[in-house]
Each structure stands twice: as C-alpha cells, then as structure tokens.
Design a protein around this ligand. Structure first.
Ligand SMILES: Nc1ncnc2c1ncn2[C@@H]1O[C@H](COP(=O)(O)OP(=O)(O)O)[C@@H](O)[C@H]1O
Ligand SMILES: [Mg+2]
Length: 433
C-alpha cells in the first residue's frame, strides 16, 4: 500500500478513534485509507475495500455529482462540503443510534479535504462523513412544530378578527337598542299631549260649529238691528274676511284632526318598532309588520319611490314581529337608497307550501355579482361614510336565520333588485292556532 502524508503524520489509531467516517481516495477515486468507523458502518473491512473504486463499494452513489465534486477539490486544492439539508445522505450507511421516526439511513454532513503531496500538489482527497441523524431528526421536528405553530397563529389571527367584528356588531346592536329605547321614550312623551290636543280639537270643532250657527242666526235677523249697527257689523265682517273664514274653518279643523291621526299612528308604530329587542315568539300578521314599518320609513321613501303593495292572502305566522320589522325596514331603506331620482318599490307577499314569502323589489341601480357576494358580510357597504354602516343586511340575515327562514337576492346592474325572504309558517312542531 502507498504511504500518504496523512499516514505519515497522524497515528492511524487516532483516526480510528474518531466518531466519524474517514477515508482517503486517489485521483482514480480508489480507496486508499479506511478508518474503523467506516469498517463498522459499511460492514466492509480495510482489505476488502482498499484499492477499489468508491463507486464499486457504494453503487448507489450519485455518480456524476460526486465525480464533479471531487474533481473540483483536486483541481482547486480547497475543501468542499455537503450538508444533510441539501443532500440528506451521500453514502448509504446505517446511523449510529437508530431513532424512531422513519429515518432508515444515516443523515450526514460530508467534507472533502485535499491532501497535498511533498510537491504541494493534491494527490488524494480525505473524505469525512459526520453522522448528524439526531440533529437532523430534531431539526425536522422543530421545523414541523414551527410551521404547525404558524398555522395556529394565523388561525388565531382570523379568530381575533372575527371576535373584533362580533364585538363591533354587538356595539352596533347595543346602539340600535339604545336608539330604540330613546324612540320609545319620545313616543311615550308625545303620546300624552297628542291625546289632549286631539280631544281639544274635537271640542273646538264642536264649538266652532255652534259659534258659526249662532252668527248665522244673528245674520238672519240683521234687519231688526239699527242701520249703523248693521254697517259696523258688515265692516267688521269684511275686516276679518268672514265669508272665507266661515267656509275655511271647518276644513282647517278637519285637516288638523287628520294630521293628529297620522301623528298618533306614527307614534304607535314607533313604539312598536322600538321593541326590536323583544324576542318573544308570537303568531303575527306579516302584513301588519310590513305596514307599520312602511309608516315609519315612508318619510324616507316617499320622495324617491311610489310603493306598490301586492299582498297575497297570508296566514299568521309564528315569528318575532318586532325583529321582522327590522328586516323589512332594512330592505325598504336599501331599496329606496338604491333608487336614483324616482322609482318604484313593490312589496309582494305570497304563500308557498308551509311558508310565506315577502319580496321587496326596487327599480334601483342593482348590484354586480362581486357586490352580491359580499352584501351579507358585516360592515360591507358601498355607501359613503355616514350613509351606510354595512350592518343592515347582516342583521337581516341573522334575524331570518333565527326564524329558520331564508333570504335570497336577484339583481344585476341597471336592472333593479329583488330580495326574497322566506319564512316558515311555524317554528315548532306544535299545532297552528
Ligand atoms: N336594494 C339594493 N340595491 C342595490 N344595492 C343594494 C341593495 N340592498 C343592498 N345593497 C348593497 O348591499 C350593501 C350592504 O347593504 P347593508 O348591509 O344594508 O348596508 P348599508 O345599507 O349600510 O350599506 C349596500 O351598501 C349596497 O351596496
Ligand atoms: Mg342598509
């Protein structure tokens, strides 16, 4: 056997003690040195491998790659390295301490070190094979754990987002409830004066009739009065435009009574409406809900659209009427807001099997498919700040869901929009009243 610098300068026994594979190859890639680690891990003794090509001893070696790698070490005279991360193993060897986890082969870092001869030329390459199986397995586990944590973290991020949304929604519904309470309070306060004003107007009407009849009686007997009195009366009558006054007074009173009736109805609807927080199941008339809601929003709607009612013959349904008011309110307000200039809003009700459907159709601007996809998302709005909160339809959706109902929409840009709310006639299996 040839002698190398390595063998001359380092005790072979020392190399045998190293806990790493160490062997030497010449330019023809023949094995020229083989330490105890290599003997024990390859199962091949020194005599058996000495002088044989490494491709003979390790037939599974990546031929092309390794030849180039070693040629470079010979040519450049500088060491080269491979790590398990790029190439888990180069030499197929069993690892030191078998570890469970599906690693059947030693994971290794390899070093290719040039060995120079007396003239300074690279005559051989020393190959060191370090067993890093334990570290590799641990590192892989660590990477898996880190990526699992990353996934968990992003899931948590999503949850935190949802929580924030839910909280925001809660705040909004709290606000709605507060506004409802305020409206109920105001409605209550208005109700009292409206009561006595109505009764006073009724009395005034009666008094007026009496007074006018009395004046008429005087008129009929005017010829009994001295002419200068008659003249004074005529002057006074002309001064107050008596004929017109007598004709108009009745009309004014009737109009006022009408106005008071309307205020009363609005107040009562407002009181109904402000009970949105009530969550009692009742048998109620959907048309009643639609009408009282319409009264509340008519102010907002009347300048934008005529409202057409196309009501079917509906049975009472088991529902939370004050919550349904909220649903219809949102749909009607959205319909009115979608109309540019003047348009029409149609309220259509029908019976369908054991459910009723309520359709709100508008002749407004309609929606693109991208908008339709998001309309039920909380806080989705295409309206300017201050006009839309983006909560209407998300609240509507959850109320309809609570009724075990369904809401759908048909719309396209420029074609108007129809929302259809389907509500089951009854909630439980009990018999209808
Ligand atoms: N009838 C409709 N016509 C056209 N677009 C509508 C209609 N109803 C709802 N939308 C769209 O859905 C969005 C969300 O509605 P909504 O949840 O009520 O919130 P907001 O009315 O506060 O914007 C609106 O901003 C609008 O873009
Ligand atoms: Mg809205």
């Amino acid at each position: 056997m040839e002698r190398f610098e390595l063998e001359q300068s380092v005790d072979e026994r020392l190399i045998d003690l190293i806990d790493a594979g160490v062997f030497v190859i010449d330019r023809e890639l023949r094995i020229r040195g083989w330490n105890a680690f290599m003997v024990s891990h390859s199962g091949r003794g020194r005599r058996e491998v000495m002088g044989r090509s490494i491709f003979d001893v390790f037939p599974e070696l990546p031929d092309d790659w390794l030849r180039k790698k070693i040629a470079r070490v010979f040519a450049l005279g500088s060491p080269s390295f491979t790590s398990w991360e790029q190439r888990p193993w180069v030499f197929r060897l069993p690892h030191n301490r078998p570890i469970t986890g599906g690693v059947d082969c030693m994971q290794q870092n390899c070093r290719f070190i040039p060995l120079k001869d007396g003239q300074g030329a690279v005559g051989h390459v020393l190959v060191c094979v370090f067993d890093v199986t334990d570290a590799a397995v641990l590192q892989r586990r660590l990477a898996e754990t880190v990526s699992a944590l990353e996934v968990e973290r992003s899931e948590q991020q999503v949850l935190i987002g949802r929580l924030a949304e839910a909280q925001e929604q809660l705040v909004q519904s709290e606000k709605l409830a507060a506004i409802g309470q305020l409206a109920a309070g105001v409605a209550h306060e208005i109700n009292n004066p409206i009561g006595f004003v109505t009764s006073n107007v009724r009395s005034l009407e009666r008094y007026l009739e009496g007074l006018l009849a009395l004046v008429e009686l005087y008129d009929r007997h005017a010829d009994l009065l001295p002419p200068e009195v008659c003249e004074a009366i005529a002057r006074r009558k002309a001064g107050i435009d008596y004929d017109f006054l007598a004709e108009d007074a009745g009309g004014l009173v009737a109009e006022s009574r009408d106005g008071l009736e309307r205020v009363k109805r609005i107040v009562s609807d407002l009181r109904d409406f402000s009970r949105v927080g009530e969550t009692e199941w009742q048998w109620a008339d959907v048309h009643g809900c639609l009408d009282s809601t319409l009264n509340v929003v008519m102010n907002e709607i009347k300048y934008k659209a005529e409202v057409v009612k196309d009501y079917g013959d509906l049975p009472h349904i088991e529902c939370m009427p004050f919550q349904l008011n909220q649903v219809f309110l949102n749909l009607m307000v959205n319909a009115a807001q979608a109309i540019d200039g003047r348009g029409r809003i149609t309220l259509r009700t029908r019976v369908e099997g054991d459910a009723v459907t309520v359709q709100v159709t508008d002749t407004g601007g309609g929606m693109s498919p991208e908008v339709i996809k998001r309309i039920f998302d909380p806080f989705f709005t295409t309206k300017p700040v201050g006009k839309g909160t983006g909560l209407g339809l998300s609240v509507t959706h959850s109320i309809v869901a609570r009724h075990r109902g369904h809401i759908s929409v048909v719309s396209s840009p420029g074609e108007g929009t129809t929302f259809t709310v389907r509500l089951p006639r009854q909630q439980s299996a009990q018999a209808c009243p």
